[in-house]
Design a protein around this ligand. Structure first.
Ligand SMILES: Cc1ncc(COP(=O)(O)O)c(C=O)c1O
Length: 441
């Protein structure tokens, strides 16, 4: 009898254009997932796969959580949709209050979106509108960072720093953008456990850009506290603190993109709390609903929100989405937050981090391993590229882990790991033992 994946041959695979995927390679050898529960996926041909990346950094409480499923089903039965413009529904207000309660002090207003990309573009728009609302209309420049990933909207790729994500659209990016240098410094920081000691001074790059462009032209700086998609770059000690100080000195808003670091990934609810630095705006998505319904949010400081509320009467921000604060997404998020809090998942990474770190750094010395870095329940293993074939070794390792029943994430030649925060120690061991076996080859 044909397995489901055998039944699904080339013609059936053709219409779907997969995102961020080599489609021709994939369709010649597809990996089809069919079912998920707890820490595992099952493929269409029945193999069990340990989820080492929480889906895509989002299923923080593990798969198939009944509390969330039940809340979503109940919401669909009660009210499937509610228009968000000029209307509200109670779950939206409850969720905003819950988020403000667990957020860093001062981030007490919430604008809802449907993804990380929309959250980033929303945050950038709020930052620009904030200055204009206050009569500071010359502040139109946005500062991002090299190697940053902020999603795929035009705002996000403009402030983002991944060349491949920008190249095709280079003539259409936002005009007034500049970039800080990234903080990756393997020569000084390779095999650091936790925050690297070298590199706080890279924040002074912002002073250089202020001198170049003039502070009065700069609206906001956006950074991921830990850059995820570009290979897990942990902020050097003192770096984020220094960025905050420079922003304050020059009236520049600081935006943290916490799409992957939010909801317990670092050991605190948000990386801002973990690193003790509070931004003016914070972008969220992914773990907000445990990944099960698309939803994003921008947390906004009291001061930024207040500036809009002192403007002229009427609509304060001409921005929003048909599915902002979708009732089903709100129900999923409220239920996910309930699970996170009841099970201590917003801080569980802190408890597991020593074991995680030990297991990750045991890979040091294995063939091709140039660096291992980690924070909370995040780790990256950077591998030497095959000569003339950047990314090929990383992809091969990713495929061979999958064949051995473990899902990892590959970006170029770096393997990233970020499992559900509900992972057990034995599963952590299995994750790294599998990677180790693949590297030993
Ligand atoms: C830091 C960061 N920002 C934004 C995004 C984009 O989120 P989405 O894919 O939901 O648009 C991502 C996705 O990985 C991310 O890691």
């Amino acid at each position: 009898m044909a397995t489901p994946s055998e039944a699904f041959r080339r013609p059936e695979l053709e219409a779907y254009w997969l995102p961020f995927t080599p489609n021709r390679q994939f369709k010649s050898s597809p990996r089809l997932l069919e079912r998920a529960a707890g820490m595992y996926y099952w493929t269409a041909d029945g193999r069990q796969i340990l989820d080492g990346v929480a889906g895509l950094w989002c299923v923080n409480a593990g798969h198939g959580r009944r509390e969330i499923t039940a809340a979503v089903a109940a919401q669909l039965e009660t009210m499937d949709y509610a228009p968000p413009f000029q209307m509200g529904h109670t779950s939206a207000f409850r969720l905003a209050n819950e988020l403000a309660r667990i957020a860093p002090a001062g981030l007490d207003h919430v604008f809802f979106t449907n993804s990380g990309s929309e959250s980033v573009d929303t945050a950038l728009k709020i930052a620009l509108a904030y200055h204009r609302t206050r009569g500071d209309a010359t502040r139109t420049r946005l500062i991002g960072r090299e190697r940053a990933y902020h999603g795929v909207g035009f705002g996000g790729i403009s402030v983002g720093g991944i060349a491949a994500n920008r190249r095709m659209w280079s003539g259409a990016l936002l005009p007034a953008v500049d970039h800080l240098r990234d903080t990756h410094d393997p020569a000084r920081n390779a095999f650091t456990r936790g925050q690297p000691s070298h590199g706080a001074e890279l924040a002074d790059e912002l002073e250089r850009l202020v001198a170049l462009h003039d502070a009065a032209s700069i609206a906001a700086v956006i950074v991921e506290p830990i850059a995820g998609s570009t290979g897990v770059l942990i902020p050097p000690r003192g770096y984020l603190e220094r960025l905050r100080k420079i922003c304050d000195r020059h009236g520049i808003l600081l935006i943290f993109d916490e799409v992957i670091t939010g909801f317990g990934r670092t050991g605190a609810p948000f990386a801002a709390q973990e690193f003790g630095v509070t931004p003016d705006l914070m972008t969220l998505a992914k773990g907000l609903t445990n990944g099960c319904v698309p939803m994003g949010a921008v947390l906004v400081s009291h001061a930024v929100h207040d500036a809009f509320m002192h403007g002229p009467e009427g609509i304060e921000l001409f921005h929003g989405y048909t599915y902002s604060a979708h009732p089903v997404a709100c129900a999923a998020a409220l239920a996910a937050l309930g699970v996170y809090e009841r099970e201590g998942l917003l801080t569980r990474a802190r408890t597991l981090a020593p074991h995680w770190e030990q297991a990750a750094h045991a890979l040091r010395g294995l063939p091709h391993v140039l660096d291992v870095r980690n924070y909370g329940l995040i780790a990256a293993v950077e591998l030497a590229a095959l000569p003339g074939k950047p990314g090929a070794r990383g992809f091969d390792v990713y495929l061979r882990c999958f064949e051995r029943g473990v899902l990892v994430r590959q970006t170029a030649d770096t393997i990233a790991l970020s499992p559900p925060l509900s992972i057990e120690r034995a599963q952590i061991d299995l994750l790294f033992e599998t990677l180790s076996a693949v590297l030993r080859g």
